[in-house]
Design a protein around this ligand. Structure first.
Ligand code: ACO
Length: 330
């Protein structure tokens, strides 16, 4: 059975910066509240010409370049996103067109856990021998679905994209993945209108039902429970323990969530990656963006053990154990 390993990493952030000070002018909030409650100082947001597919395509091109591949070399493109350009066609199809690939392309939607779910699809395709060069994209422009009159959510989210190339290899890279879903928590975090249950009508738009709504404290409690659980399950399945981990690369939703998880797992602070201060919660993009930051900063070395761990609406969660087989970024 071939193994799957990461051979390329790339990312893209929109140019437009939205600071906490900018938000102070939009809703009743403060820089101090946002920093102490979330750790976020600024985030990037799309402009009129951008969307999830354009962000994803930019990250995809960067990852392909890093892997030394052309888009036409790909066997499969899997896009994790929770803010697709359209209901259909898929964002995968749009990114395929933008980068000039010819392979099958598909979207995977598990909210902020989408990237880990997409990685699982890609890994299975490689390990089964059905594909040997797969591009996995995590991309979101969730600010398009954020109500900028709701201070409880609009301060949290930013836009961006990250991507990895996964290739068949003789040595193991992706060691194991733990995934989970609890649909009984599906009303904790939702975008209600715009799908087949509640199509957009003038009344629903007036009621602002097309925007993201969240019970923040419920999500917080869920996250600090499930991140340690899925991390430890995935490590155990790979015959590893938390002491073997060089980098925990968690979904970036709230610095207080990361600090609590760090305590519960008993992992040293300098092994828990955080870039939330500068990007906010970028949903499906957050894990590959974090991975790209570590990589381009020269923090990853061959043999390092990484835990890519996410949680999100659904409720969903997942952790991938990755053995780094590349060198540092050039
Ligand atoms: N500025 C100022 N005050 C605010 C703001 C704001 N932006 N937002 C809320 N407040 C107020 C509240 O109204 C409340 O006031 P009250 O006490 O008078 O009622 C007070 O601050 C405290 O509100 P809480 O909700 O209790 O604040 P908390 O400390 O729980 O922080 C937060 C809220 C940041 C949302 C936190 O609960 C959190 O991060 N939860 C997890 C969210 C998350 O991870 N979401 C992403 C999921 S991923 C996905 O799938 C999309």
């Amino acid at each position: 059975m071939p193994y799957a390993t990461i051979t390329g990493v790339g990312a893209y952030l929109p140019k437009r910066v939205l600071t906490n000070r900018d938000l102070e002018a939009m809703v009743d909030t403060s820089d101090e509240w946002i920093i102490t409650r979330t750790g976020i100082r600024e985030r990037r947001i799309v402009d009129e010409a951008e969307s999830t597919s354009t962000l994803g395509a930019a990250a995809a091109r960067a990852a392909l370049k890093d892997a030394g591949l052309k888009a036409k070399d790909l066997d499969l493109l899997v896009v994790g996103t929770t803010s697709p350009d359209h209901i259909f066609p898929s964002t995968g199809a749009l990114i395929q067109r933008l980068i000039g690939a010819r392979c099958p392309a598909v979207d995977v939607m598990a909210a902020c856990t989408s990237f880990v779910y997409a990685l699982q699809h890609a890994t299975s395709a490689v390990e089964s021998g059905r594909a040997s060069r797969v591009l996995v994209v995590g991309a979101d422009a969730l600010t398009r679905y954020v109500d900028f009159t709701d201070r409880t959510t609009c301060v949290l989210f930013g836009d961006g994209a990250g991507a990895v190339v996964l290739e068949a290899a003789d040595e193991p890279g992706v060691l194991g993945i733990d995934l989970g879903t609890d649909g009984t928590g599906s009303d904790v975090l939702t975008i209600k209108a715009g799908g087949s249950a509640f199509p957009c009508t003038a009344e629903r738009l007036d009621g602002r039902e097309q925007y993201l709504r969240m019970s923040g404290s419920e999500v917080f409690k869920f996250a600090v429970r499930v991140i340690p659980e899925t991390t430890l399950r995935a490590l155990a399945a790979s015959n590893l323990s938390i002491d073997d981990v060089d980098w925990l690369v968690p979904h970036q939703a709230n610095q207080r969530i990361l600090d609590t998880v760090e305590q519960r797992l008993g992992i040293p602070h300098n092994r828990v990656f955080s870039n939330i201060a500068s990007v906010g919660n970028t949903s499906s993009a957050s894990i590959p963006l974090a991975l790209n930051d570590l990589y381009t900063d020269g923090q990853l070395h061959p043999g390092d053990i990484l835990v890519l761990v996410g949680f999100g609406a659904g409720l969903t969660w997942g952790a991938a154990i990755v053995r780094w087989t590349k060198g540092s970024a050039e």
